[in-house]
Design a binder for this molecule. Structure first.
Ligand code: ADP
Ligand code: MG
Length: 274
């Protein structure tokens, strides 16, 4: 139903009603109460139906605003949906699996989603798409790169407020950690990432993307190979793995724009997000 202009009668009763709606923070009802009242009188519907129509509009608009806020504060690098993903271009991505994940049952048991593949193959896009579904379901999602996460935690550690910062990564229903493996992590950084993962273990889901296969994770956590395996152990225990083997979508777009005449060999690393 589209919002209609404010038309509460300029009488003491109208003014009183307006104040009551404000006091109850029923702000979406105020501009439409008069026209809904007229509509209900015309259709001869009863008082309960009138009340139901009003509350429905209030709830619907509140929900929309909440989803907008959740999307906004998630920190996505861009907002593309799973529905925009071209599976024909990337056939190693199982569309049935992604559709199943998009129903978000994995959140109920704190299961993780690990997306592995070379640069430009849609890892970030799939993680954003799943994150958007979480926001649309009214739950909190936080998107971060591994680099930003360890930087922020290192700063917090140095400033003696690690616990508080850790909570910000533990509390969202879903945490997306993008680009694990682009930069090697030292001992402190590995340890900080480990704390986030072990605290969320079996409680809160993580979607993690990496350009490195799991066998290469020892190199990523150069400061501590023991942590690398402890971390993988927790991540993989209850997890869905999307292993993308294919060409970069960015290169396809460039080729289509006539910048390359044929396929370029795929390279690992050095790739930055949009
Ligand atoms: P990466 O795997 O490096 O994280 P991205 O997910 O950021 O790659 O993808 C790079 C760009 O290509 C983004 O703009 C993304 O939306 C687009 N893209 C990648 N794969 C697909 C795909 N299969 N269908 C549609 N767009 C895609
Ligand atoms: Mg990416």
């Amino acid at each position: 139903m589209s919002p209609r202009p404010l038309k509460l009668a300029a009488t003491p009763a109208g003014e009183h009603l307006r104040q009551q709606l404000h006091a109850l923070k029923l702000t979406r009802i105020e501009p439409i109460v008069d026209s809904i009242a007229q509509e209900c009188a015309r259709e001869r519907v009863g008082y309960l139906d009138f009340l139901e129509r009003l509350l429905e509009i209030e709830l619907l608009e509140r929900r929309e605003r909440k989803v907008d806020m959740l999307r906004h504060f998630a920190g996505f690098p861009y907002k593309k949906s799973l529905e925009q993903f071209d599976y024909d271009f990337q056939p190693t991505v199982d569309r049935r699996m992604v559709r199943d994940l998009s129903k978000l049952r994995f959140l109920d048991h704190g299961e993780n989603v690990l997306i592995v593949g070379p640069p430009g193959t849609g890892k970030t896009m799939l993680s954003v798409g799943l994150g958007l579904k979480v926001a649309e379901s009214g739950r909190r999602v936080l998107f971060t790169t591994a680099d930003d996460l360890v930087q922020a935690l290192t700063r917090a550690f140095q400033e003696n407020r690690l616990e508080e910062k850790l909570k910000s990564y533990i509390s969202p229903t879903l945490l997306v950690i993008d680009e694990v493996g682009y930069l090697p992590l030292d001992k402190l950084q590995s340890n900080l990432l480990f704390q986030v993962i072990s605290r969320r273990y079996e409680k809160g889901s993580i979607v993690m993307t990496s350009n490195k296969g799991f066998s290469e994770w020892g190199e990523v956590f150069a400061g501590d190979p023991v942590i690398a395996s402890a971390l993988l152990d927790r991540l993989l225990h209850h997890s869905h793995v999307i292993n993308i083997r294919g060409e970069s979508y960015r290169l396809k777009e460039k080729r289509e724009a006539g910048l390359f005449s044929h396929s370029l060999p795929l390279t690992h690393g050095g790739d930055r997000p949009e």
